[in-house]
Design a protein around this ligand. Structure first.
Ligand code: 5RP
Length: 220
């Protein structure tokens, strides 16, 4: 993972944000480079929907007004990072624990631009453990269900999501069909959000590397 490559992808994303647009903003170190760039151009973006308390604090410090998603009927664009991405722009997210609000904003947005450094682009998702947000009382039940599916769930002990829930990081899952697995896990009682973003993949993936920024999606 390289900060320089994360920054390259973040700056390329800023170029795709129409001036004056209202957008959704994700969470994580790559997005933090995007917010840092925004702060240097205060007129570029005045209003945003935030995916976490951490991002809200950074946006506020950058002079961006925060909107509740319920106030926004039409969200033009969502910018967020990911822990892994495949060439179909399907993602694993939730390393920072903000997956539930991230998935809600991605669902609301007309266009989702994902920004990653090149270490995160993989042929098959799954070597990064899959984060799953669970209702606390269901943690052991969900863990048993995941074990039965070949995973090794680890409780992210001491971590509480912005929604008051817990995270299981699931190692060893074979993710041969990401939309099918997302659909299946979505049915399990006690799961709030699965960190697979395959049913609603990114529309555009910007991959930062030492060679520049590669764009996948939007007809490439
Ligand atoms: C947070 C996320 C992040 O997008 C993901 O963890 C990537 O983070 P970073 O940009 O710090 O590598 O899904 O819930």
């Amino acid at each position: 993972m390289s900060d320089a490559n994360k920054r390259r992808a973040a700056l390329a994303a800023l170029d795709l944000v129409p001036r004056g647009a209202t957008i959704g903003v994700g969470t994580g170190s790559t997005v933090n480079f995007f917010i840092e760039a925004l702060a240097a151009q205060p007129a570029h973006l005045r209003r945003a929907v935030s995916s976490s308390a951490a991002t809200s604090a950074r946006l506020h410090a950058a002079g961006v007004a925060l909107l509740d998603l319920n106030e926004v009927a039409d969200l033009e664009l969502y910018i967020d990072g990911a822990d892994q991405a495949n060439p179909a722009r399907q993602l694993i997210k939730g390393g920072g624990g903000a997956l539930t609000r991230e998935k809600i904003i991605a669902a609301a947005a007309r266009r989702f631009i994902c920004i990653v450094d090149d270490s995160k682009l993989v042929a098959r998702l799954g070597s990064f453990p899959l984060p799953i947000e669970v209702i606390p009382m269901a943690r052991a039940l969900v863990a048993r269900e995941l074990t039965a599916r070949g995973g090794r769930p680890q409780w992210r002990e001491g971590f509480v999501t912005d929604n008051g829930n817990q995270i299981l990081d699931v190692h060893g899952l074979v993710i041969s069909d990401p939309p099918a697995l997302e659909r299946e896990l979505n049915q399990l009682a006690g799961i709030v959000t699965v960190g697979l973003f395959a049913l609603r993949p990114a529309d555009v993936l910007l991959v930062g590397s030492a060679q520049g920024v590669r764009k996948l999606g939007d007809q490439e």
